[in-house]
Design a protein around this ligand. Structure first.
Ligand code: FAD
Ligand code: NAP
Length: 313
């Protein structure tokens, strides 16, 4: 473990919330240090076209995040490739310990650790994870050229993944537990017009079936939610897209959370239940969970951290 390093503002996370907070905190001369975590650039690095980032009618998610990183760096943020493994918020300055052994003593902390994919939690899903079961079409879609693929879910992610996978697959079956998608209308429209996609309504994944040696998927068993009838769909790849859960491990025992683990912030604010600790983006937002709203909250967090430090130093 190295000697603790004092920083005015420590930003944890490198998605739209973290990088926006970094731009604002740098311009406030707070000399922020941003820790990128295991997924530099955050969730948008796992997608392709982003069509709702203002100013870009279409931009590739990974490109947008590289631009945000460059912007934060250009404004003066120190960007560190590391993961915070422990965060002690019991007294100020707060103590953050990183995987590398680095220790930070921070006068204010901006939490922007975002969210990550949820899994169904069935044993066969776990068994074939990385061997035919995936939660990232842009990462793994290429492996299924000319194959039949199954996507589970009915939100924006599931629909986007299904559409993207038609670039590789011969057929995509979208298995959804209701007969109504919660994705945006424009995406639903594209899905319905795509001849390679077949929705399967009122069904849930019962079991992933495959071979042990080599480990690989051959089919899925799906169950009708009303009749209970189980049917089998041949497939080589299963993409689980049933939503995201907040990455709250660092603070779950220290901060107030609600709605399944989202960090509670004060109304119209990013202030958490501990003064000097601010939370922005998908970690706190159970409602909108968009890049632009995350960026907006990152801005708020930096402005609020600046005000907090001015009042408390
Ligand atoms: P995230 O992007 O989740 O980033 C979290 C960051 O925290 C990561 O950098 C991670 O490495 C870091 N981190 C986590 N734990 C630690 C730790 N212990 N130490 C250090 N760092 C840590 N939104 C749109 O507006 N338009 C879209 O088109 C769109 N498409 C999407 C497509 C997909 C496939 C997905 C999954 C999401 C999409 N979204 C889209 C939603 C959007 O990506 C999120 O709302 C947004 O990325 C949330 O930003 P964030 O900064 O809160 O966190
Ligand atoms: P989501 O909107 O929460 O949708 C999750 C989907 O999975 C729902 O259709 C849900 O069914 C289904 N589901 C949940 N648990 C299930 C289970 N155990 N078994 C079967 N199905 C289950 O999640 P998301 O699609 O990942 O989107 C997350 C956030 O990112 C959203 O705010 C979204 O707008 C945003 N996002 C935006 C874009 C974009 O702007 N283009 C793209 C991707 C993501 P029900 O519908 O029945 O609840």
């Amino acid at each position: 473990m190295s000697d603790p390093r004092h920083v005015k503002v420590l930003i944890i996370g490198s998605g739209p919330a973290g990088y926006t907070a970094a731009v604002y905190a740098s311009r406030a001369m707070l000399e922020p240090v941003l820790i990128q975590g295991i997924e530099p650039g955050g969730q948008l690095t796992t997608t392709t076209e982003v069509e709702n980032w203002p100013g870009d009618s279409e931009v590739q998610g990974p490109d947008l995040m590289v631009r945000m990183e460059e912007h934060a760096r250009a404004m003066g943020t120190e960007i560190v490739s590391d993961i915070i493994t422990d965060l002690d918020l019991s007294e100020r300055p707060f103590t953050a310990t990183a995987d590398s052994g680095a220790v930070y003593k921070a006068d204010a902390v901006i939490l922007a650790t975002g969210a990550r994919a949820k899994w169904l939690g069935i044993p066969s899903e776990e068994k074939f994870k990385g061997f035919g079961v995936s939660a990232c079409a842009t990462c793994d879609g290429f492996f299924y050229r000319g194959q039949e693929i199954v996507v589970i879910g009915g939100g924006n992610t599931a629909v986007e993944e299904a559409l993207f996978l038609t670039n590789f697959a011969s057929k995509v079956t979208l298995v959804h537990r209701r007969n109504e998608l919660r994705a945006e209308k424009i995406l639903i429209d594209r899905l319905m017009k795509n001849p390679k996609i077949e929705p399967l309504w009122h069904h849930v994944l019962e079991e992933v079936v495959g071979t042990d040696s080599p480990l690989g998927v051959e089919s899925v068993k799906v169950r009708h939610v009303d009749t209970g009838v189980v049917s089998e769909i041949p497939t080589k790849g299963v993409f689980v897209a049933i939503g995201h859960a907040p990455s709250n491990e660092l603070v779950i025992d220290q901060l107030e959370t609600h709605m399944g683990g989202y960090v509670v912030t004060q109304p119209d604010s990013t202030a958490t239940s501990i003064p000097g600790v601010f939370a922005a983006g998908d970690l706190t937002d159970h409602k909108y969970r968009q890049a632009v709203t995350s960026a907006g909250m990152g801005c708020m967090a930096a402005l609020e951290a600046e005000r907090f430090l001015a009042e408390n130093e």
